[in-house]
Ligand binder design. Structure first.
Ligand code: ATP
Ligand code: MG
Length: 571
């Protein structure tokens, strides 16, 4: 391929809306071009990488025994209504009408569609297990599309779905996908770590997100170097230190006025006491029923853990009227003081043994100090549980070492769904005793376009992208410095042909440009191997071969006859 025949445009300037390196580099290297917010054109270089990532995904899915299909993007609302997701998906789903005013969704995912396909085909246990997948465009009306392909409105996803006869059988299908994912990311040159994720109503250990660790990641992950435990912040647990909260042994409870101070920060400033001495109390509605949740003053409630502990379908902060009704005070002065009206009080496990703590008094503009949760009968917990979001330095629940919070980019997600969709949509089969049973499902997504950008986020330097060969748009660039010199051009042509014959993707930079411009572009786009063919170099010993990832000092100069061999070795 010749550069002068390709649609390549590199840019010197960073795009104004790009906040992270990989986004800047994708645009500057001419891989993608923005059309509108969250919508991108894949230019030829970007398309080449996207196809390579797709191919790796396809090969590993096939190897794991999954069958490729492709389902419509435009999906009738009836399917989505069967599971209730036409409504519950909310504004995230793009909805359109046809000329007859029928409603359709632009698929954000495809559990309903695939369940519809499978219920129409599978009738007997003999046809199971079966895993199908597609690589198809997905649409989501993200609140904040950003970071280029990381969070876009339209993106390429590989979505696979397994169907099994039993919960146990489904675990095997899950593990096959889990292992395939490890190979996919490895082959893309990515270090992606499986991280435990929330399993929703299913429970158990069968939901993992694959994260690429990067400062630019949008997700927080608690991870332990001691034993390898890793979980996203929704799910992450911790061992409580048992040190309790507060200043320690204390005199009797005392009510103090705290006029106008509402937040922990305000009250702590007013009283001159650190936030960690406080017990923060919030009133939630769990499926409509009020519950008070208390956590250390400098901690945040983990609503996912709370939801599971209460076995609730929906958790939300209570409205001001409910708070006042159940506690006798307004938010900001609320505390675990047995209130006028019966309300369950849940405390985080770290509050066990709290002494000398400060709590809201359930009286507007008042707090109680010298609180001892064990001693003071009127101030007490009905239950203790792990209810907070884990933070840096918290103790690993598995091995007791301190954990660190890292940032991650979610590139894939494997999830055991159970019968959630097959129950709702009657996806059934007959057992060998001709009994009707519901199929057990798993779903498995890879953000193909996000993965492509994650590779760049993990592998770049100040000059540009450093592609792993497996997904580079071209493995080799030949910088032809004197394109008008027939002799020099012939050497480049021959090397190009020889490399192509070996199945290597190669591009010849045959532009009439200064060497500096060519080298800058080669570094920016990040071809794994660069060969320089020029009259001056040839007179001084030959052609230059250098790997993008290597230092200048490792450049090899070899006679043209040895170029092919040297490039292959460098790859
Ligand atoms: P996120 O938490 O990042 O919004 P998600 O959990 O909603 O993602 P899934 O429904 O699990 O995403 O989709 C499978 C995969 O699709 C994700 O792991 C991610 O790699 C990719 N993905 C999801 N949303 C987007 C998006 N808006 N743009 C690009 N890729 C996306
Ligand atoms: Mg996910």
């Amino acid at each position: 391929m010749k550069w002068t025949k390709s649609l390549i445009q590199t840019l010197r300037e960073n795009p104004g809306d790009a906040e992270i390196d990989s986004h800047r580099l994708m645009v500057r290297a001419g891989l993608i071009r923005k059309m509108a917010g969250g919508l991108y054109t894949y230019l030829p270089l970007g398309m080449r990488t996207l196809k390579k990532v797709q191919q790796i995904v396809r090969e590993e899915m096939d190897r794991a025994g999954a069958q490729e299909i492709v389902m419509p993007i435009l999906q009738p609302s009836e399917l989505w209504r069967e599971t209730g997701r036409w409504e519950s998906m909310g504004p995230n789903m793009f909805k359109v009408k046809d000329r007859a005013q029928h409603d359709y969704a632009l698929a954000p995912t495809a559990e309903e569609a695939v369940t519809d396909v499978m219920r129409g085909i599978v009738s007997s246990y003999r046809q199971l297990p079966m895993t199908v997948y597609q690589i198809q465009w997905k649409f989501r009306d993200e609140i904040r599309p950003r970071f280029g392909l990381m969070r876009s409105k339209e993106f390429l996803m590989k979505d696979a779905y397994s169907f099994d006869t039993s919960m146990e059988a489904a675990d095997a299908s899950y593990m096959a996908m889990f292992n395939a994912y490890k190979r996919v990311f490895e082959r893309c040159g990515l270090k992606a770590v499986p991280v435990e994720a929330d399993t929703g109503d299913i429970g158990g250990k069968f939901s993992h997100e694959f994260h690429v660790l990067a400062d630019a990641g949008e997700d927080g992950i608690a991870s332990c170097d001691g034993c390898g435990y890793a979980a996203n912040l929704e799910k992450a647990e911790r061992k409580a230190l048992g040190a309790g909260v507060g200043a320690g042994e204390c005199a009797g409870v005392e009510m103090i006025p705290t006029p106008g101070a509402k937040t922990i920060t305000e009250v702590s400033k007013f009283m001159g006491v650190p936030g960690s001495a406080f017990i923060k109390s919030l009133v939630y509605l769990a499926d409509g029923k009020p519950v008070m949740v208390c956590v250390p003053g400098d901690r945040d409630v983990n609503e996912v853990k709370l939801k599971h502990f209460l076995d609730a379908k929906k958790i939300e902060l209570a409205d001001p009227a409910t708070i006042l009704e159940y506690t006798g005070a307004n938010a900001g002065s609320v505390g675990p003081v047995k209130p006028a009206k019966e309300i369950r009080i849940l405390c985080d496990q770290e509050l066990k043994g709290a002494k000398g703590a400060i709590v809201g008094a359930n009286k507007d503009d008042h707090h109680l100090k010298n609180v001892d949760l064990d001693r003071d009968a009127k101030i007490a917990a009905d239950d203790y549980a792990d209810l907070v979001i884990v933070r840096d330095g918290d103790i690993c629940p598995k091995c007791g070492k301190p954990m660190a919070i890292k940032r991650g980019i979610e590139v894939g997600h494997v999830f055991k769904l159970g019968k959630k969709y097959t129950d709702a949509m009657k996806g059934v089969f007959k057992t060998n005793e001709l009994k009707e049973e519901t199929m057990v499902m798993g779903c498995y997504g890879i953000g193909v376009s996000r993965t492509m950008q994650a590779v760049i986020e993990q592998s770049h330097d100040k000059d540009g992208i450093v592609w792993p060969t497996s997904v580079a748009p071209f493995a080799v660039v030949i910088c032809l410095l004197d394109p008008e010199n027939a002799e020099v051009a012939a050497i480049a042509e021959k090397l190009e042909a020889d490399l192509e014959a070996k199945g290597v993707d190669v591009i010849v930079d045959d532009r009439v440009e200064r060497p500096g411009v060519k080298f800058k572009d080669a570094d920016l786009i990040g071809f794994p191997v660069r060969v320089v063919v020029g009259a001056k170099g040839l007179a001084n010993g030959g052609v230059e071969v250098k790997r993008r990832a290597d230092d200048k000092s490792m450049t090899k100069v070899v006679p043209p006859e040895a170029a092919l061999e040297t490039v292959l070795a460098a790859l």
